[in-house]
Write a protein that binds this ligand. Structure first.
Ligand code: NAD
Length: 312
């Protein structure tokens, strides 16, 4: 059977670029983009696009049957900062959407599922430097709780029902095409926009808040890489640690100043500081590198150049 892909949450920061890359690889008509809202980017509407609510299992099933879908990338979720404002809504969306897709695979209506987890699965009691794959996980945000629970269910569906679900724990993702959707690492996108517009940025995290981050192209490479890997090479069925770089607002400022010397930064930490303080500073991702050949490409300075060149 030929591969046909459904992306749920395709209008978001990662979904937009994932749609573009998968369409480049497989052809526009093989990749069905869906979201609860219309896409801002024209990329998404260049192939099939449908309005779809990830909470509506029947509607997802209808699309799966209509387009003869074989693989689903579930990108719809409520992210960390927004989730703290609407905890029950976040829990309901993040869990119900996952069960809707896992159940389709359990019933053999689709063959493979990608579902992203996050570094938010870790918490204040986790070792913060080079956080290992298997470690203490006591997330203190509703987002982190939903992602950790999701990981347990992915592994359960694999062990119990043979569902081929694959997952990675994304760090903060940085890109210029679509604005981020309410996460704790959003400053690392906004800072580039403000550097170009105003040469000034007020950061909602403190200067020394180091977090794991990744340029979008690396995140897309990892996402497609784990989905293309042979089934037997995927040894971890909860979610893989994934790492590229770690930096804090001061370091990204220094990187920007190499291009915009009079760029200035100020700091007014808000509620997101508390979330960031519970997350790791760096991630040990040797299992992903060993099992399915993950390797990142972009450093902070590479990314800064790309961000500034494209936002100009
Ligand atoms: P985003 O907020 O930019 O996009 C999510 C998309 O889901 C949005 O377009 C939104 O309209 C859509 N959506 C919301 N509710 C929906 C519903 N009921 N039905 C259908 N669509 C719905 O998020 P993103 O940054 O693209 O993240 C994608 C995934 O990656 C999420 O699971 C997120 O938790 C995870 N993740 C992202 C990051 C990051 O830095 N961006 C880091 C870690 C994990």
């Amino acid at each position: 059977m030929k591969k046909r892909i459904l992306i749920i949450g395709a209008s978001g920061q990662i979904g937009t670029e994932l749609t573009a890359k998968l369409r480049e690889l497989h052809g526009n008509h093989k990749v069905v983009a869906t979201d609860i809202r219309e896409p801002e980017s024209t990329i998404v509407s260049e192939g099939p696009f449908e309005i779809l609510d990830a909470m509506d299992s029947e509607a997802i099933q209808d699309i799966v049957i209509q387009y003869e879908i074989t693989e689903v990338y579930l990108m719809a979720a409520m992210l960390s900062a927004t989730a703290e404002k609407f905890p029950m809504k976040a829990w309901n969306l993040n869990m119900t959407s996952l069960f809707n897709v896992l159940d389709l695979a359990k019933e053999h209506k689709i063959k493979k599922v990608f579902w992203p987890s996050s570094i938010a699965v870790f918490g204040p009691t986790t070792p913060a430097i080079d956080t290992p794959q298997n470690t203490i996980m006591e997330p203190s945000t509703v987002y982190g709780i939903s992602k950790q629970t999701g990981e347990r269910w992915c592994e359960y569906y694999f062990n119990r029902y043979g569902v081929d679900v694959r997952s990675i724990r994304y760090p903060g993702i940085i890109s210029y095409t679509t604005m981020p959707g309410g996460g704790t690492t959003d400053y690392a996108v906004d800072i580039y926009h403000k550097a170009i517009k105003h040469k000034k940025y007020i950061c909602f995290l403190s200067e020394k808040t180091t977090l794991p981050m990744m340029y979008m192209d690396d995140a897309i490479k990892a996402t497609i890489g784990i989905m293309e890997a042979t089934k037997g090479s995927i040894k971890i069925r909860n979610s893989y640690n994934l790492s590229a770089m770690s930096f804090n607002p001061q370091e990204v400022t220094e990187s920007i100043k190499k291009h915009i010397p009079d760029f200035e930064i100020g700091y007014t930490p808000d509620f997101r500081q508390k979330i960031a303080d519970t997350w790791p500073q760096s991630i040990d991702d040797k299992e992903a590198r060993k099992d399915w050949g993950w390797a990142h490409k972009f450093s902070l300075d590479d990314m800064t150049k790309i961000m500034l060149d494209n936002l100009k």
